[in-house]
Ligand binder design. Structure first.
Ligand code: PLP
Length: 232
């Protein structure tokens, strides 16, 4: 568990970096939503982060979502699901998450539609894109993103809201920037095609969120820089 002051200091530092990155590109800091990725961290740390002002929380495992929410449900939070989904785990999510970032197949889209529909819920969803083409990455190829987005947009209990990606795992900052630029272009093209006025673009983690903001991210997913290193 992290001390309250350490966590607050880290969160403030990240918020400061967000504001500076936004400022560099003439964006308002409040255009960017900071998601604190609390995976593998105890609820106590999430409460500390909430007290320090964090309102968006990200989790990547359905069982962890089931175990943490709604036990942790303070006023005004948004719960983001950011992990790879298997159809048989979707059942843990209705009522426990407010947006899913990781739709990567029609099969998962169908499962989400069915499970949320059964509870008469409509869930905002992003399509995950493997922008860097790395073979170990989840997400659809960029050329398939429009098809999946259109498919999601037609499902009654999904609200197609934009795209998500994980940047390339490299120290090469130019390559990361190029991938994020491609994501921004793709997001705008797809939004235009499906008639989405304000598409969300979820990209940027602890190591690359400033580049992501400079290249148009609306949502950044920051774990380590706020909550510290994970033990597993
Ligand atoms: C864990 C995770 C993050 C946060 O990673 P950090 O490097 O700790 O900031 C962001 N996005 C996804 C999809 C993750 O699984």
């Amino acid at each position: 568990m992290m001390s309250n002051t350490t966590l607050k200091t880290r969160l403030d530092q990240v918020l400061d970096q967000v504001a500076q990155a936004a400022h560099r590109t003439g964006r308002a800091a409040d255009e960017i939503t900071l998601i604190g990725v609390s995976k593998r961290k105890p609820v106590e740390d999430m409460q500390t982060a909430y007290a320090a002002g964090l309102r968006h929380f990200g989790e990547n495992r359905a069982q962890e979502v089931r175990d943490k929410f709604p036990g942790f449900d303070p006023e005004g939070i948004t719960r983001h699901f950011i992990g790879h989904l298997q159809s048989n785990k979707v059942k843990y999510l209705p009522g426990r998450v407010d947006i899913i970032h990781t739709i990567d197949s029609t099969r998962i889209a169908d499962a989400v539609n069915q499970r949320f529909g059964a509870q008469e819920l409509k869930i905002p969803c992003l399509v995950e894109v493997n922008i860097s083409g790395e073979s170990n990455k989840e997400g659809v190829e960029p050329t398939q993103a429009l098809d999946l987005a259109s498919y999601c947009a037609e499902l009654p209990n999904l609200e197609f809201s934009g795209l998500m990606t994980i940047g390339p795992l490299t120290a090469d900052r130019d390559r990361i920037r190029q991938a994020f630029q491609e994501m921004k272009l793709l997001t705008d093209q797809i939004a235009h095609r499906v008639g989405l006025l304000q598409p969300l673009l979820s990209m940027g983690m602890s190591g690359d969120f400033e580049i992501a903001i400079e290249e148009g991210a609306t949502h950044i997913r920051v774990g380590t820089a706020i909550f510290g290193a994970r033990e597993y």
